[in-house]
Design a protein around this ligand. Structure first.
Ligand code: ADP
Ligand code: MG
Length: 691
């Protein structure tokens, strides 16, 4: 066999596959021969130990071996037939049972040697085994695939059984695995004592023992992370080579902005601002991720960056994924920049078309210095005069793969990605691994911890009593109802009913007001203005208050049906209280139906107020797919790596990948690796390139 196999050729050319099976394979996402090898088992069963029949005890899963003594077949019902085969070894007899497998009668002949696995039962005084797998022994002991070994199990589809998959993967590994090209650089393989790719693939499918399986898994996991991180490192390197804007630090306006604030910046904010300004000064484009907990003061930091661009004669843009967030950023920035006479423009979809045209025109002419809008708007049709600084409020929505392309007059604007709540480190390294990181690691001084309690419906009376006492002291209260699109009308109704009941029956002497997303903007503004001014005591809301609202004297929050919120959302909501000098409270009320994961979420919320820890717990509870959006996660296509379980391997792989690219930016000495990365990531990288 001299021909070197082409691992990229279609799976139908694999041994034992053919056109018809290839169609089935496609349903599993297996298109090429290498896909076949990278279709990893979802689990294993240790069938290496064969026990004497006498030791088979009912209820246990066992593997036994013996000679076929006799067989009989019987129809039990119309659609159910039973095949019973007596098997004997030196210690006893067991009856192997198959259902609806008539064709086996041709195969299982008296006198043949057989191995079977399954669960042992005891029926009518007979020792039986419900067969899960079997193998006839041909005398060629090497040939055991389904028994007498650690056996792999796969995700399947119609037309492909475990037995078929095992057989096909095995024969193709035997024929081709010697020709596999190992992409991992030899020095790295050596440093971590990794087994070869060939050994790894053989042991991930057909482990010699579980220790070997773990070694294989470690290596393949590392490789998967390493390839991806190498791609990110290359990408990062590449846009560090682009020409960006070299902003001057004129300072005065920015300084006076900072001085105009009613507080002084935290050390952490200062550090992060320095990092950003350093990037802006450099002639390389900035691509930086700004993380900080809810309330840590990211807005100020972003504003400093935008302002620096503006005083240099450039324009700034701030983008958010939802209109509500856009509105709130716009309000914040308008307030912050009022004294400097900078008026941000607001670009949302429901603008009257004349106004919209006017704003677009002003942006193009450079008359507007700062624009706040949704991602889509700015991406699609806005023509900037001289865009210098883009802040993207990421909110977990856009990943590496979909980051916008923006360019103005041949220069790349600086880009700052900002997350509303912290994201787990492993996810940051994966989805934003090509960015530089800045982290605000402290909250402004004087923030009181928030007492959080999870309470059940039957404590509602006591809760209202407690709220009543706080109201008497002059405190204000948020009561939050969930509102999700699928049940918007119902949800809105319960918020309305809740507000009405509170006003009429429970707190008739206080002012209760409802606020929700369907209200007109000026109405919402009016309500918020009243609440801020202390003219409303209880604000009943759907999640419109999630972000941006800042009323220090409101220090009590009740979240109704808290089980319907995700952790990040709960954390954001809770961040609305705890801003004043008084002790704050957050009460999580849950309905009767609460999932086990829901219980965990409530417990996490009560245990900690640290957004970074909450994010880690969130990832553990939901997994990366749910956490970040299944589609986005799916695009990464990790086959074996698990961000929760394998975080240490990720760190190592990242370190190695970035070191390698630093040392050899063109991967000249690592052509296999380079080709492997290009093959896997080139289309995605092109998509993802900022600029
Ligand atoms: P984030 O966007 O990180 O959740 P914000 O930027 O909205 O936080 O800031 C939260 C609140 O804290 C705002 O009212 C802001 O004015 C205030 N703030 C920001 N930085 C400081 C600081 N250094 N000291 C005191 N208050 C601050
Ligand atoms: Mg720069």
């Amino acid at each position: 066999m001299a021909r070197i196999p082409d691992f990229d050729s279609q799976v139908r050319y694999a041994k034992g596959v053919g056109e018809k099976k290839a169609e089935f394979f496609k349903r599993l996402g297996i298109k090429t021969i290498s896909d076949l090898f990278w279709h990893f088992p979802t689990g294993y069963e240790d069938r290496s130990q064969i026990i004497p029949i006498r030791q088979a005890s009912p209820g246990k899963k066992v593997v036994v071996e013996g000679k076929i003594l006799a067989l009989g077949q019987r129809r039990i019902r119309k659609n159910l037939s039973l095949l019973k085969v007596a098997i004997r070894d030196e210690t006893g007899v067991i009856y192997a049972i198959w259902y609806n497998q008539n064709y086996l009668v041709q195969l299982l002949k008296k006198g043949k040697d057989i191995v079977v696995s399954g669960r042992v039962g005891w029926d009518f005084g007979e020792l039986q085994i419900n067969v899960e797998d079997f193998e006839l022994l041909s005398g060629d002991e090497e040939d055991n695939l389904h028994l007498k070994r650690i056996v792999p199990f796969y995700s399947l589809t119609e037309g492909l059984s475990h037995r078929i998959l095992r057989r096909i993967i095995k024969v193709n590994l035997e024929e081709k695995s010697s020709y596999l090209v190992d992409l991992l650089p030899a020095e790295i393989r050596k440093r971590y004592s990794f087994i070869s790719l060939k050994e790894a693939l053989n042991n991930i499918h057909f482990p010699e023992n579980f220790a070997r399986q773990r070694e294989a898994q470690r290596r393949l996991t590392f490789e998967e992370f390493f390839l991806f991180q190498s791609a990110l490192a290359l990408r990062k390197k590449r846009y560090k080579e682009e020409k960006g804007i070299s902003f001057k630090m004129k300072g005065s306006l920015v300084e006076s902005f900072i001085r105009s604030l009613s507080f002084s910046l935290t050390a952490s904010q200062r550090k992060v601002i320095d990092e950003i300004l350093e990037d802006m000064r450099s002639s390389r484009p900035m691509n930086r991720l700004l993380q900080g907990d809810v309330g840590s003061g990211k807005t100020i930091v972003a504003t400093v960056a935008l302002l620096t661009a503006i005083v240099n004669g450039y324009q700034g843009a701030l983008m958010s994924p939802t209109e509500i967030l856009v509105q709130q950023h716009w309000i914040n920035l308008t307030h912050l920049l009022q004294s400097l006479n900078i008026k941000p423009a607001l670009l949302v979809s429901d603008l009257p078309s004349r106004e919209r045209k006017k704003i677009l025109h002003q942006i193009k002419e450079g008359k507007v210095k700062l624009v706040v809008g949704t991602h889509a708007l700015i991406q699609e049709e806005v023509d900037f005069y001289r865009l210098g600084m883009v802040v993207i409020d990421e909110q977990h929505r856009f990943g590496v793969m979909q980051r916008l392309s923006l360019r103005s007059k041949g220069e790349y604007p600086d880009v700052l990605v900002m997350t509303a709540t912290p994201i787990p480190r492993t996810l940051a390294l994966t989805f934003h691994g090509d960015l530089d990181f800045s982290v605000i690691s402290e909250l402004p001084p004087g923030r009181k911890s928030i007492v959080t309690r999870w309470i059940s419906e039957n404590k509602r009376e006591q809760l209202y009593q407690f709220i009543g006492e706080r109201l008497k002291e002059g405190r204000q209260v948020y009561i939050v109802y969930p509102l999700i699109e699928e049940s918007e009308d119902l949800d809105l109704k319960s918020a309305q009913d809740g507000a009405e009941q509170l006003q009429r029956e429970i707190f008739p002497d206080y002012r209760v007001q409802l606020i929700h997303g369907r209200m007109r903007k000026d109405e919402k503004d009016r309500v918020m203005h009243l609440f801020r001014g202390g003219k409303i005591d209880i604000l009943v809301s759907t999640t419109v208050i999630e972000v941006g609202i800042d009323v220090p004297s409101a220090n009590l929050m009740v979240i109704e049906n808290a089980e319907r919120f995700g952790l990040a959302q709960l954390h954001q909501l809770r961040g609305r209280v705890g801003r004043g000098s008084e002790q704050s409270y957050c009460f999580l009320l849950t309905g009767r139906k609460i999932s086990r994961e829901g219980v965990q979420r409530m417990k996490v919320m009560c245990r900690t107020t640290d957004g970074f820890r909450i994010a880690e717990e969130d990832l553990k509870l939901r997994g990366p797919g749910e956490f970040f959006g299944t589609r986005q996660w799916g695009m990464l296509n990790f086959k074996i790596a698990d961000l929760v379980r394998d975080h240490q391997i990720l760190s190592l792989a990242r370190e190695e990948a970035f070191r390698l690219v630093e040392k050899d930016p063109g991967l000249e000495k690592y052509s296999h690796l380079r080709e492997g990365i290009e093959k896997r990531f080139s289309h995605r990288l092109a998509l993802a390139k900022v600029g």
